[in-house]
Design a protein around this ligand. Structure first.
Ligand SMILES: [Fe+2]
Ligand SMILES: [Fe+2]
Length: 345
């Protein structure tokens, strides 16, 4: 079976990637998803002309990963201007993640303070969160990982509370393809921002932050064929996907490091005020404020994220859809979220 999907193809006459439609056989897509597991998307804001890279960089083109810069621990290389100005996502091999972590630690250390701005320090926290969520999704039962989750969300909350602009810097970064670990970090940041705007106490923002960072943890129990399927899921596949909420609850409910109060962010993020959500078709007051917040931030991030089979919407387009479907969302929180994203709070 062949599907037509939009992918990035560099137009020789333009500097930015242009969307084209190519036919992709299911074999080719299978290879792409297999390859996708072997690469990790990194933040190019943390690459500098002076940085000595000890890992190779790759780009994604036509569903393939191509080498952009070759570097090794014993043969470091500085990125060229062409690398630094590359318009699309940049990747490293998953096996090089420990070297990337080492790099993040080095650039955050005091000897490199001249090189890294406050903004870049928070980008580095976001990068650490992505790696951490990726590890956590591959070993969700390890409660030590969940403990570390609390430390990261506290760093994110404190950074946003110290400087509101950091929130906007963090939500501006958008990786192009969909990855559960990136989505989880985005939803964590958006939920913390909305929790602060809604005037929640610091303890509640912390509990909301952990719950929202882990809201999709149950997806690690769902097959990648279903998670990555292009186009619509059939009713059977959709039923399996919906199970990620129950799976998430099973993983977290007895975890000693996961606050009990955070659980509703996980169990209720697909409930809708209209009663049309899942798994329990809860309505209005049956849904906690955490459930109502993550319902908004989760939908917003899903709408604005590009996938191989659909373009990501602009923030304005995504907010317009949420407004159109407002019977599902808490109206006060939705208004607050629109103001927050609009940067007018
Ligand atoms: Fe979900
Ligand atoms: Fe989600």
């Amino acid at each position: 079976m062949r599907r037509y999907i939009p992918i990035e193809k560099k137009d020789q006459t333009q500097s930015s990637p242009q969307k084209v439609y190519l036919s992709a056989s299911s074999e080719r897509l299978k290879k792409y998803y297999y390859e996708k597991e072997r690469y990790h998307c990194i933040d190019k804001n943390l690459l500098f002309p002076e940085s000595e890279l000890i890992f190779s960089l790759f780009i994604q083109r036509n569903l393939n990963y191509e080498l952009l810069l070759e570097a090794f621990e014993d043969s470091p290389k500085k990125p060229s201007a062409e690398t630094l100005n590359y318009d699309g996502d940049i990747f490293i091999k998953v096996t090089d993640i420990p070297l990337y972590q080492q790099y993040l630690e080095t650039i955050s250390s005091s000897s490199y303070q001249w090189m890294i701005s406050d903004k870049q320090k928070i980008y580095s926290i976001r990068e650490r969160s992505k790696i951490f969520i990726r590890d956590l999704l591959s070993a969700p039962e390890n409660s030590q990982n969940i403990k570390k989750c609390g430390e990261l969300i506290e760093l994110i909350i404190n950074s946003i509370l110290c400087n509101k602009e950091i929130f906007y810097d963090l939500i501006k970064i958008k990786e192009h393809d969909y990855y559960t670990y990136v989505h989880s970090v985005n939803v964590g940041i958006l939920s913390v921002g909305l929790g602060i705007a809604a005037g929640l106490s610091k303890t509640n923002i912390y509990n909301l932050g952990i719950g929202s960072l882990l809201h999709d943890i149950g997806k690690c129990k769902i097959s990648s064929e279903i998670l990555n399927k292009l186009g619509r899921l059939n009713p059977f596949e959709y039923r399996i996907l919906k199970n990620h909420v129950i799976e998430g609850e099973k993983i977290l409910k007895d975890c000693p490091y996961f606050p009990e109060n955070s659980l509703s962010a996980v169990t209720q993020h697909h409930e809708r005020l209209s009663g049309k959500g899942y798994p329990n078709n809860l309505t209005g007051a049956q849904i906690t404020i955490f459930g109502k917040i993550v319902a908004i931030t989760d939908s917003y991030d899903a709408l604005t994220t590009k996938r191989p089979d659909k373009a990501g919407l602009t923030p304005f387009e995504a907010l317009s859809i949420l407004v159109k479907e407002c019977e599902h969302y808490d109206s006060d929180l939705l208004k607050l979220f629109i103001k927050l994203i609009g940067g007018v709070i």
